[in-house]
Design a protein around this ligand. Structure first.
Ligand SMILES: Cc1cc2nc3c(=O)[nH]c(=O)nc-3n(C[C@H](O)[C@H](O)[C@H](O)COP(=O)(O)OP(=O)(O)OC[C@H]3O[C@@H](n4cnc5c(N)ncnc54)[C@H](O)[C@@H]3O)c2cc1C
Length: 396
């Protein structure tokens, strides 16, 4: 029987393990955490991400958990429109927002009985010699397989060994995410009912309503970003700081921050890989090792494409290995995965960095130029990004 070891039970690893198991692989899923758990936040799924998920598991019930996300436009902190709503390029390719607990539940349900889940296993060693079967280990146990899938996030120890040139670096800002559950969420003003985005000097605030049934309770998801390093203070102090930074911003920014509790807050430094790895596929033994998700192409979050690209990775890998046997054919599939994914992800990462520079502009002149140009610039960048998202279809 064909065997695979998937390292990391985040979104990418869960999707990969489920997809391979449905195709008849015997899969071992290794997770360093004591359990498989979703962060208490949400995610935008662009059409490429939705298509990838639907192709991986047509019965996965993705439509039921994701709420359509209308275009809420872009404002300045005083409420003035920089980009009016409903002008999003690529209309007709609406993204959707999903609570991560719902997404993880669906991905875990998709694992079925074909996946052995081993939690509390922190992978620290990798064997990827040309002549030997690939393997990973945690210092106590070695896990060998025909195919190793490294979905172990931006600090991937597997990538550090195979592509040490790709280094995780700070993108220059910190992010805070939270879901305000439905029973505590403030009523959104009429013109913000769809949520929206607000850009200040080095600050950004995005909010979006979750579907009525999200994680059993609906609510509103928000993400704030601020230039600078992550804060060392307690969540309660960080929340006070956010309330101070965003105090004069138009409704419902203040109301959402007031309704947020310290335990809702997920703070993190935004990081990316620079440069990207020189390869995503490494042949060895009867197959090889592949990198996917943030382990391969972590990027700033402003385009909301990190997880979507991870699902594309999985759909591509699955199509390439679905019916091949270990040996030369699997080795070739590993190399084909690399050829298929590197140009695509490099182009989305470039767009994401450009977008990041636009939305995080600081300084009087930069801000004036940004605001003046935003009406045409943002739709142009976004149009390209939406094209990238809308144009991708899962391989046959
Ligand atoms: C503020 C913010 C907003 C975002 N918004 C969006 C969005 O709207 N849309 C979108 O598509 N993307 C978005 N992203 C990006 C998205 O969150 C990531 O791309 C995605 O979570 C990557 O998933 P992953 O499974 O590759 O990695 P991770 O989620 O990091 O999962 C890695 C898993 O591997 C495990 N692991 C790590 N090391 C080891 C080890 N040594 N041994 C065993 N297990 C290990 C970890 O515990 C974890 O479970 C956003 C990111 C940020 C920061």
């Amino acid at each position: 029987m064909r065997t695979a070891v998937v390292v990391g039970a985040g979104m990418a690893g869960l999707a990969a393990a489920g997809a391979l198991a449905r195709d008849g692989w015997r899969v071992t899923l290794l997770e360093r955490g004591e359990r498989v758990a979703a962060p208490p936040t949400a995610l935008v799924l662009w059409p490429n991400g939705r298509r990838a998920l639907e192709s991986l598991d047509p019965d996965g019930g993705w439509c039921g958990i994701a709420a359509p996300l209308p275009d809420g436009g872009v404002r300045r902190p005083d409420g003035q429109w920089l980009v009016a709503p409903h002008t999003r390029p690529g209309a007709g390719h609406a993204p959707a927002v999903v609570h991560l607990e719902d997404l993880y539940d669906a991905l875990v349900a998709g694992l079925g009985d074909g996946v052995e889940i081993r939690t509390g296993v922190q992978v620290s060693t990798v064997r990827a010699r040309r002549a030997a079967r690939p393997a990973v280990g945690d210092g106590r146990v070695v896990f060998e397989a025909d195919l190793i899938v490294a979905a172990d996030g931006i600090d991937s120890p597997v990538r550090r060994v195979l592509a040490p040139e790709a280094v995780a670096v700070g993108s220059g800002f910190a992010a805070w995410q939270a879901v305000v559950p439905g029973y505590r969420a403030p009523a959104l003003p009429e013109d913000q009912a769809a949520g929206g985005e607000t850009l200040g000097a080095g600050y950004r605030f995005v909010s979006m309503p979750l579907g009525e049934r999200a994680a059993g309770r609906g609510g509103v998801y928000w993400v704030a970003t601020a230039a600078g390093a992550p804060r060392p203070e307690s969540p309660a102090t960080q929340l006070s700081l956010l309330r101070r930074w965003f105090a004069e911003w138009h409704a419902p920014v203040g109301e959402l921050l007031a309704a947020t509790r310290p335990e809702d807050l997920v703070p993190q430094e935004v990081r990316e890989l620079r440069p990207l790895p020189r390869a995503y596929g490494f042949r060895c033994g009867s197959g090889g090792v592949v990198l996917l998700g943030d382990a391969a192409h972590a990027m700033p979050h402003h385009l909301g494409q990190g997880a979507c690209l991870a699902f594309e990775d999985v759909a591509t890998l699955r199509s390439l290995v679905a019916s091949v046997e270990p040996g030369p054919a699997l080795c070739q599939a590993v190399e084909a995965y690399d050829r298929a994914r590197r140009p695509r992800t490099a182009s989305v990462v470039r767009q994401s960095r450009r977008m990041s520079a636009v939305v995080q502009a600081r300084g009087r002149l930069a801000l004036r130029a940004r605001d003046a140009a935003l009406g045409s610039l943002r739709p142009r960048i976004l149009g390209h990004a939406h094209g990238l998202a809308a144009d991708w279809h899962p391989p046959e």
